[in-house]
Design a protein around this ligand. Structure first.
Ligand code: NOJ
Length: 509
């Protein structure tokens, strides 16, 4: 009891006096993020091949709520100079963007490289560096070459080898200048492309193969983990000694609050964490490797009860488990240098044996404020919680917030976004200073409004608006852009959460 009291008092003291909780730590990396399909457009220009997203939205023009697609998007393929100018205006340290696999390997086949695609990313990377901005490159943000999908996509284990060869091309072409790599963005969402929509939080995405519920996503996830492992080992054996970069996964993580104090809801919330984050994090970041034991037990058992000879959850061979976990000279454990986390929202976790393999459901909390995306509720303290959970579950890894952002329906006077950013970042700083969670960077999603998958262009996450109705795709800064610029410049969060965006803008000058 006494120990608890001392801990509480010291936390409060630390929070109130010792450290300045509004200051960004020295060396903290601030930036913004985008992805290729959502911003680039130029879907069939300069030798780019078809991706599974091109294929999905052309085959099914009603896929997005506004029947739109990413054919032109924000036209960043042509307007990347303006994008870099915006990043310069914001003063960011780092820009996270993704390379479109079919832009540099049109069919995914390693014998066929599209030099014009490579030249595009060379130009972008060089321009960023000339402006003092560190590139962070996501190797895979959902746009598989369609020709690889024709071989089965991520459900085919051969894809791990194709990904390794793609990684080899990226490291060879860009690794002299790129020192931050995210191998795969939100594998949980990619896996959902091989299932019917998994939940409110994980909608249906490309390739849109709902035919094998409870099977397809586990197969796809397994291949992605092996793909990540192969790329990581390749980097260590062949590139790291001269390129000195860092690699990680970007995992989507919703903080799950037990819906009640009942032990079954508390256990359900823990299970949901493992089925959502542990699914990918445990094989890569834990000391023992393999899937979380609770997934293994439940899926094996349910598979037996369904009369199957094999579990629906694939197994790693000993060689594969070791590839993903065994220490080497570069890292103490695992197969990554940092944990990338995409966190936007929290949910309520409830025990519900009829809700899939986890036996638990994730629900909205009617009491939490909402945003334009139906899954996004504004729960800043949940951000601190999830950062703590990650640090406890997978100790020893720096954590990079690869995405965090707010969706509205548009407008330059985006007070709600400003409140979201400041309140979420303020919880992140508590996690850093009070809870000692090693968060090293934050890239806001997103630099600009872009194609938001099934939500089309209806909802907006950007710091800059984009005029999607005109071919010039004019960008304009929102008030939130001014606030982020001020945060980066002053290296501290503003104190004035209750001011209007207008007056915040004015007070920043
Ligand atoms: C995560 C995804 O990585 C990104 O593509 C998406 O736009 C944001 N979440 C917002 O939904």
């Amino acid at each position: 009891m006494l120990v608890l009291l001392v801990a509480v008092v010291s936390a409060v003291v630390a929070e109130k006096s010792a450290v300045d909780l509004s200051r960004l730590p020295d060396g903290f990396l601030m930036g913004t993020a985008t992805s290729a399909y959502q911003t680039e457009g130029a879907w069939n220009e300069d030798g780019k091949g078809e991706s599974i997203w091109d294929n999905l939205v052309h085959r099914n023009p009603n896929y997005s709520v506004d029947c739109s697609n990413g054919d032109v998007a924000a036209d960043s393929y042509h307007k990347y100079r303006r994008d870099v100018a915006m990043l310069k205006e914001l003063g960011v340290d780092v820009y996270r963007f993704s390379v479109s696999w079919p832009r540099i390997m049109p069919t995914g086949d390693p014998t066929e490289i599209n030099d014009r695609g490579v030249a595009h990313y060379d130009a972008l990377i060089n321009l960023l560096l000339e402006n003092g901005i560190t590139p962070m490159v996501t190797m895979y943000h959902w746009d598989l070459p369609q020709r690889l999908q024709d071989l089965g996509g991520w459900a085919n284990p051969i894809m791990a080898y194709y990904f390794e060869e793609y990684a080899n091309v990226l490291f060879t072409k860009f690794g002299d200048r790129v020192k931050w790599w995210v191998t795969i963005n939100e594998p949980e969402h990619i896996a959902a492309g091989y299932e019917p929509a998994l939940s409110l939080y994980v909608p249906s995405v490309a390739p849109g193969l709902p035919g094998h519920p409870g099977v397809g996503s586990y197969l796809a996830a397994h291949t992605m983990l092996l793909a990540h492992g192969r790329a990581y080992r390749l980097y260590n054996t062949t590139f790291r000694h001269r390129q000195h970069g860092r690699l990680g996964l970007a995992l989507s993580a919703v903080h799950i609050q037990p819906a009640s104090d009942a032990p079954e809801d508390v256990a359900a919330a823990r299970r949901l964490f493992q089925f959502q984050v542990g699914w990918f994090a445990h094989p890569v970041y834990s000391a023992e490797g393999d899937y979380p034991p609770v997934m293994r037990e439940r899926i094996d058992c349910r598979s037996r009860m369904e009369g199957r000879w094999r579990s629906r959850l694939p197994s790693f061979s000993e060689h594969e488990r070791r590839m993903l976990t065994v220490p080497d000279i570069f890292v103490p454990i695992g197969s990554a240098d940092f944990i990338g986390v995409n966190e936007y929202t929290s949910s309520l976790g409830r025990s519900n044996e009829s809700a899939g393999d986890a036996g638990a459901s994730m629900d909205l909390n009617p009491q939490w404020p909402t945003a334009a995306a139906k899954w996004l509720q504004v729960v800043p303290w949940g951000f601190r919680e999830i950062l703590n959970t990650l640090a406890k579950e997978y100790p020893g890894y720096p954590i990079f917030v690869t995405e965090n952002g707010y969706a509205d329906l548009g407008g330059l006077n985006d007070t709600d976004r400003i409140h979201y950013i400041v309140s979420y970042m303020s919880e992140m700083l508590k996690a850093i200073y009070v809870d000692k969670v090693p968060v090293i960077g934050y890239t806001y999603w997103s630099l600009m409004d872009s194609y938001e998958w099934d939500n089309g262009y209806r909802i907006k996450f950007g710091l800059y608006s984009v005029d999607f109705k005109h071919s010039d795709r004019k960008r304009r800064p929102k008030q939130s852009a001014r606030v982020i610029a001020a945060i980066i410049k002053r290296k501290r969060l503003p104190q004035w959460l209750n001011m209007t965006a207008e007056s915040i803008g004015k007070s920043l000058g």
